[in-house]
Every structure is written in structure tokens, then in C-alpha cells.
Design a protein around this ligand. Sequence first.
Ligand code: SF4
Length: 498
Amino acid sequence: MSDEESGMFSDIPVDVGLIYEGERVRGKQMQVELGGGKIKEKFELVLAREMNEIEDEKVTIVGPDLKDLEEGKTYPIGIIVEVAGRLVEKDLEAVLERRIHEFTNYIEGLMHLNQRYDIWMRLSKSSYKKGFDTLEYWGKVLIRLYKSEFSKVIEKIQVTIFTDPKEIKTWYEKAMEIYEARDSRARGMKDEDVDLFYGCTLCQSFAPTHVCTITPERISLCGAINWFDARAASKVDPKGPNFAIEKGECIDEIKGEFTGVNEITKKKSLGEIDRVHLYTILSPYNHTSCGCFEAIAFYIPEVAGIGIVDRNFKGETVNGLRFSTMANSTGGGKQVEGFVGIAIEYLRSPKLFSADGGWNKIVWLPSNIKERVENDIPEDIRDKIATEKNAPTIDELKAFLKSVDHPVVKDWVEEEEEEEEEEEAMMVPQGQQITYQQTMPVQMGTGVGIPLVGQLQLPLGALGGGAGAQWKITFKNAKIIADEMVIKRIKPAKKKKK
Ligand code: SF4
């Protein structure tokens, strides 16, 4: 941020700048919490208005202000940013709205996570003590950053911040209708019908190698930006975080691999990610995940199926892990085979893990998500998908899937047969001890928790089959206990200069 820009905030009692992005306010450090998992109704909205509907730079607080809120407590929150200008159009609402997250995080000691109906904010005690004791400062910073960043688009802007629960409830319901109307626009469109996809790198401040590819049938994983939204943003702000992607040649239409997506992802991830498979979870080239995903899809190897958990699900999922635990190993801009961040809207897409079998591969969902997308689940599979109510554990899930004859069950039979054949063939000489090197390179793979696929090095002659024979080793009912696991990328050794 330039000196001129930082001068924009001389009347704000705390610093405002890029360096505060990514700052976390822990429970013990917080003055107050706004929204988050404890609060059902919260929202953020950007609305396009006519010029005469806006009082430029006005900030209104509806409900108690920060100084009226009890220290350490959690309160509901809602915000509406209304914008007007010659180039302002409805299609821009969603992408402008997504910037609330970024701009709020520029404020020292004010943390903002997630989006839309899921926002979670905390103000630190130290910023409060410095004088950040009114939400008006939040509104002022947003107004100035929007006007600075979108100087050619936004001519007038006003902000209304709600803490009054009654007002929030009313606006929350309206906001949910607006989100639904935005999302439904892209439904019915096919990826095959367009030449351009769109990309977003807004989350690179948190996950530097993350690049979202947004297609008509694959909404962004934060759920806030669909193909239309990204298209509108890339037109009005070509140097911004949204950009067009020429699809190029389709390398794999089942898994969803395109030369154009690979090329631009490589460029935007600074060479880290050079292949992307859009329509599968079972690939080392999965779409990357940042940290803003609405839900996580996770492979459950015990049943050869896919589970989905949203960030509001409390407690352990069917594989014994919580959302937050899986989020740590899924996010950060990595490609993790068997785990991927998704938006709830993606569950409505015909391309939902279509390479893996689509809905026929989904075995477990939280009941509230199942209710939300019920009409989008094919009727013949709807009752065969378990929830936490009928299958809280893997054993119960197995029994449930068998009882309803879920399509994945037939994969078990085939896998079991394959394993039996392999077991027959794999005869280790009696008394032969098998050892392996524990300093093996480790890569992420499919499995429960943090799954590992290792490379075992066995002593020569430990297994039969002669030179050049290849073996697959399956650990059954294995339990791995580790105090700590450190995963480091192994860089190729530099060539010595002669
Ligand atoms: S999740 Fe993707 S689309 Fe959403 S803001 Fe982040 S990078 Fe952009």
C-alpha cells in the first residue's frame, strides 16, 4: 500500500494494510466475536443500486455498537454494501461481495473468515484498546478501499452494518433468496457449451499456490463466485484476481483436463501446479483448495465411497475426523488426492465427481446438507446415502450401505476378489522378516485422516517372483500412531557446477 493510500486511513485508530491479511485473532485475544458457528443467522451482501438510491459514503449502524457489546461474547452480524455507478451491474455483486473478506482483513486486529451466510469475525482486545470501538470504522475502511480499488466502476457507495438480531433475521432471509437467485443462473449450462472458463486467485494471500477454475458446472469452492460473476469481474477489472481461461484442447473429458486450464494454473501458481483434473477427487491432480471451501469431500477407502462434510457440521464425521482436522490437510493450495474443498452448490452439478461415478459414489452427508440438496440427488440413490443419524461410524456405514445395496457395494466384492488373488500370490518365505526403510519419501494419498502411500524397500529375495516382479502390499486393520508428522517437499538436488 502506498504512502498516499495509507494516508487514507489517518483517522482510523488502527493500521490498515496488506500485512494484516492472514492475521488470526484467537479466543483469548478477542474483544468480541461476530457471527461464526455459534450464530445461526449472519450475512454479508453487496447490492447494485441506482445513483439516486445512495447517499455517498454514509455508514449506518443498526443495533448496539462495539462499545455496547460485552467483552468475550459472541453476537450476530450482518452487512450490506450498496454500490452505484455507470459500470455497476448486477453480475458484479458477487465478486464485489467477496472482496469484503479481503478488505476487512486489511484492518489490524479485525479477522474475517468465510463468506455469505457463513461469516465469522473477531476483533482483538488490543485493537479495541487502541480506539477501534465503533463499527463505523469498519464501514469507512471498506468504503475507501472499494473506491480506491474500483475507481472506474464504483461512483457512490454506502454501508449498513447490523447487530440487531431482529433486523438480521429479516435481512438474512432476503440474503438467502438473493444467493439462491445468483446460483441458479448457471444451473443448466454445460461446460461443453462455452469456450472460456474463468479463474480466481483472490485467496492466494492465504494459499499462495491456489488457483480456482470456475466453469459453468463447477462453481468456485467458496460458493461465492459462479461463471457469470467471474466473467463480469474479469471484464471490468482485467488486472484483478478474476481472469478468463481459454479452455484449449480437452486432454481428458472424463476427468476434466484442459490444456488452457493447465497452462494458466501453472502460470498463476508460479509453476507449482501444472495439471488439474476438474471432475474427480481420486487424482493426484485434484483441484487445489485454499481455506474458504464451504465443504470438504473426502474419500472413505473402507467403503470405496465419498463423504461430504460442511464447515458447520459439529463433531466427528463418519471417519472419526472433524471438519477442522480435515480442513488442515485439505487446504493451503495443495493438491491432495482423496480430499478436495467444494461449494454446496457444486452438489447440484451434473459434473459432481462425474469421473468417479457422481452421486453413485457419494455415501455419506450431514443430514442438513442432504435436506438442502435433496431434490438434486437422483431419486434412485437418495435413500441409499447415509447421514450422521443412521451411520455415525465406519462400521455402521458399511452395514447401512450393504442393507440398502448402495452401488459402491459391488466395488467391495470386486476389490475383495482382487485382494484374495493377490494374497494367494504373495507368499513370503516362512520366518523371513520384512523390514523397510523408515526414511522413505512420503506422498499424500487416499485413506482415513492423513493417508500415506509409502515406498517400501524390501531386502532382495524377501518376496518371490524373481527379478523385476512388482508387488502391491496392503496393510489391513493397521493402526499408525505418531507424535508428529512432518511432510516436506523433496526438491531435486541441484547439479554441481563443473
Ligand atoms: S475460493 Fe476461489 S473463487 Fe472464492 S475467493 Fe478464493 S480464489 Fe476466489
